[in-house]
Design a protein. Sequence first.
Length: 274
Amino acid sequence: MPHLTAPADARRTAGGEQLGFGVPGYAHPLLAPAEWAGLARPGTPLHWAVLNIAEGPGSRPDPHCLEAAGRLHNARERALHGESPDDTVRAAGGRLLGHLDLAHGERPFEELIADARSFIDWYRIGGFYLARCPTERAGLPAVRRLTGTLHALLAESDSADDGGRLVLGHGTHPYPGYAEAADQLVTFQGPWTDYRWSQVAEWTADYPPERFAHFVHGVPRTHLEEAMRIARWQGAGTIFFTDRDDRSGQSDPFATLPRYWDEIVSRIGPGISE
């Protein structure tokens, strides 16, 4: 059993409350058609998926990405507005997030906003995933300025309901103040060998599970139940587990479906949209 540093309040998901998927970014839809098609399948407990063309929106609209974005947007509309009763059980309605690479705080603000505008104009995204987000206190003011501007851009667009969703891709526990800068934080991203012995920061107990996401690669099928138990215990509401790893030439283990995708979907089951 993993060694976890968690106060009693951090055990808030131990009772089996609904988990859902956050997809950090599949390969291009031309290379991963099954993955993208599966995201729009009714009953998939999808919170959000990240669209990443070339570490951002690319230089022009991509027809394959436009098609994938359209399918996911239409599925979300059906789920939210009840056009198909079966779709109303889709967890979170499947938001599409645009990938913005903060380069640990090194990218200029103007470049990031230009990328954000392209994502909104071309792909009608419902929020943003801020990859390689700074984690230190010193980087927080710049991130707050960025997220405030992104929320304003999303509010002005007709593609994002409820002001859109912003996810900070730290990959580890950041300075606690970042929790007030966005809707959700990725507080773990790494291999199963680290996750099963991981510790949760005590300050996360002040927030509900929907504020945190965990991405874990190299999870064996036989340890799926244990991995989900750790996520619930540590207070994460959004997960992505895969048996893929970063060895054998696989540069991004999250770019394809895990071999046990159908099994983990059935274990989590459909939920109510957020």
